[in-house]
Design a protein around this ligand. Structure first.
Ligand code: C5P
Length: 209
């Protein structure tokens, strides 16, 4: 079997991260959650007391990232997701992060990457591309449960507003906007639980590989 690159894209809280992790474990492939790159870039700026739209500082922060020193807990907070989508709209930051992502995808066996532009920009030649979606309401519900599980404050209406704002910003930006690649298979997880969604994703990969 030749190398298998799986590109998973989709909006915030669509379940793409969970699916990517599960697929990677199933096929024994390395997994990169590319949202963490933008989150870590934003986090570095905030820690230095710098503005999120300071292009030079943001590019330097992106260049300085190392995949091994991610403080997951802090990076995955709501605030950091919001901040990430601001730095992610800067073309210079995106350009800086392309190589790192492509190198990750270039390993012998293949890889699973999840984000917004994996199928369209980072790995246009990926063997399998899945665009994971779910209604904004379902995504907000899941995010609220996830945050509550981690002991974070989680008001459903606030989270729904957040999710919609992030969709809007990610879809409207001029560089690498959130949209399915022409050859992506769309998987709507609104009515699926995790097992159901994983089964559906596995079927898509098996058909496409
Ligand atoms: O997926 P996650 O919610 O962690 O992503 C945080 C933000 O990073 C997104 O809202 C998006 O603006 C940005 N992002 C991106 N391209 C990716 C992954 C994430 O623009 N490939």
């Amino acid at each position: 079997v030749s190398r298998l690159v799986i590109a998973i894209d989709g909006p915030a809280a669509s379940g793409k991260g969970t699916l990517a992790r599960r697929l990677a474990a199933h096929y024994g492939l390395p997994h990169l959650d590319t949202g963490l790159l933008y989150r870590a870039t934003a986090c570095a700026l905030l820690d230095e007391g710098l503005r999120l739209d300071d292009i030079e500082a943001a590019v330097a922060a992106a260049r300085g990232l190392s995949l091994t020193d991610f403080d997951d807990q802090r990076l995955r907070s709501r605030e950091m997701g919001e901040s990430a989508s601001i730095v992610a709209a800067l073309p210079e930051v995106r350009a800086e992060l392309v190589d790192l992502q492509r190198r990750f995808a270039a390993t012998d066996e293949g890889a699973v990457l999840d984000g917004r532009d994996i199928g369209t920009v980072i790995c246009p030649d990926a063997r399998v591309k899945i665009f994971v979606t779910a209604s904004a309401e379902k995504r907000a519900q899941r995010r609220a449960l996830e945050l509550a599980g981690r002991g974070e404050k989680a008001d459903y209406q606030n989270i729904l507003a957040d999710v919609k704002k992030r969709d809007e910003r990610d879809s409207a930006r001029s560089v690498a906007p959130l949209k399915p690649a022409d050859d992506a298979v769309t998987l709507d997880t609104s009515e699926l639980d995790i097992e159901g969604a994983f089964g559906a994703a596995l079927a898509i990969v098996e058909k496409g590989r």
